[in-house]
Design a protein around this ligand. Structure first.
Ligand SMILES: *[C@@H]1O[C@H](CO)[C@@H](O)[C@H](O)[C@H]1NC(C)=O
Ligand SMILES: *[C@@H]1O[C@H](CO)[C@@H](O)[C@H](O)[C@H]1NC(C)=O
Length: 398
């Protein structure tokens, strides 16, 4: 090969890598100014986020997406959390990969690629609802998630979000729940003229009994709300009607949210199957173990139980209300969080519902091009699913 041809080949190979790379790394930003406001992670460290700035026509558009990671429900589990990235910004990776809804390429993220895209790190353990003034000198635990939420939004407003034309609050899992719980608060913090909508990925956790008949998730959420002092920060339209801890469930509080809201959720959400329907305590002999790691390993009776769970999920979803400002994309998959990964957000082989990818359904809804309120047929009818298969080792018995 002559020199010119070699150079050209190297150039073409590099170009192909750049075009095909589905993710890139973004540095962490610590919100130091939050510390003086007492808006800190469980261990007292500053909150943090990752931001990739918008460009061109997207320069005044802001996507604020909240990271997930379950909850801590008492001193023991919250203390354990301070030893992880989910309780301390000191332990967070300095860079994380952006893809899917965070992608900066139109071919991977057609409607939001040029927006300001922010991933807010989760480090309070209560979906950003906690606010306890007192810090126990023995444990030194800070329950301040609600303050963290406001401090992060204020920091982003100062960085240019005060000029936002379009803004979305979104999130995955516990962050998806945050995007529902804080939707109206987010809208209220933004300028009056900003078009604001919220969108929850895998955050519609339902109040279902576990396979032993116990109200496991209801008791767990009650502990979370009590430990973190969350009651005063949950939507008042709900807490005025029922016990605050029940207002952690979207089925009870989503209808009272005034800002437009979109729900993306698998009907057989793998986190919910593992932790709400068949948690370890409800399955002492581990009969559900294989089924929870891979849906194709479920027995006929287990699948029947999961079909009943789907019906409970759809019944709970009616708590969203039927207004066309509501959108939903409920696929019949065994999955959890489908927006942050390229393969489930927008790619040739991504999940489809009525021929639309999640990215297209959400984009069309946000820009008022078309509403989207669709529910998939029951498992195993949908051949576009990316059903999760969990590694036996990575899979903790909860
Ligand atoms: C804290 O919560 C965990 C998980 O639900 C539970 O196993 C443990 O017994 C609780 N600890 C205390 C001290 O209440
Ligand atoms: C989806 O698109 C394919 C190919 O474009 C078409 O044949 C099919 O009828 C569409 N299905 C639905 C449900 O719209």
């Amino acid at each position: 090969m002559n020199g010119r041809l070699q150079q050209w080949s190297v150039f073409v190979v590099c170009l192909m890598i750049v075009l095909r790379t589905e993710s890139f790394f973004v540095d962490i930003t610590y919100v130091q100014s939050a510390v003086a406001k007492g808006a800190v992670c469980l261990d007292g460290s500053p909150p943090a986020y990752h931001i990739d700035k918008g460009s061109g026509a997207g320069i005044n558009n802001w996507l604020v997406h909240v990271e997930g990671g379950g909850w801590c429900n008492n001193v023991t589990t919250c203390l354990a959390r301070t030893k992880t990235r989910l309780g301390s910004s000191k332990l967070m990776a300095k860079q994380i990969a952006f893809s899917g809804i965070f992608s900066n390429k139109p071919q991977f993220n057609p409607d939001f690629y040029n927006w300001n895209r922010i991933k807010v790190r989760y480090c309070d353990g209560a979906s950003f609802t906690g606010d306890v003034e007192v810090v126990d000198p023995a444990t030194k635990l800070y329950y301040r998630g609600a303050r963290v939420f406001v401090a992060v939004i204020e920091d982003l407003l100062a960085k240019g979000m005060k000029n936002a034309e379009n803004a979305i609050l979104s999130g995955c899992s516990a962050g998806g729940l945050t995007s529902i719980l804080h939707c109206d608060n987010f809208k209220a913090l933004l300028p009056v003229g900003t078009k604001v909508k919220c969108f929850s990925d895998a955050g519609f956790f339902i109040n279902a009994k576990d396979v032993s008949g116990a109200p496991h998730i209801q008791d767990f959420y009650n502990d979370v709300v009590t430990t973190h002092g969350s009651a005063k920060n949950l939507p008042q339209s709900c807490t005025s009607r029922m016990k605050p801890s029940l207002c952690f469930f979207p089925q009870n509080m989503a209808q009272g949210i005034r800002t437009p809201l979109f729900i993306v959720n698998a009907a057989y959400d793998s986190w919910q199957i593992k932790n709400i329907l068949a948690p370890g305590v409800a399955d002492p002999h581990g009969l559900w173990h294989d089924c929870k790691t891979d849906i194709v390993k479920c027995s006929t009776t287990q699948l029947q139980t999961m079909q009943e769970f789907r019906l409970q999920f759809l019944n709970a979803l009616s708590g969203l209300g039927s207004s066309t400002s509501r959108g939903y994309f409920i696929n019949g998959c065994y999955a959890h969080c489908q927006t942050e990964m390229q393969e489930t957000w927008f790619r040739g082989d991504s999940p489809l519902l009525y021929n639309k990818t999640i990215a297209k359904a959400v984009g069309d809804w946000f820009y008022d091009r078309s509403p989207f309120q669709k529910i998939d047929c029951p498992y195993p009818c949908d051949k576009t699913c990316h059903n999760r298969v969990f590694d036996q080792q990575e899979y903790p018995l909860v």
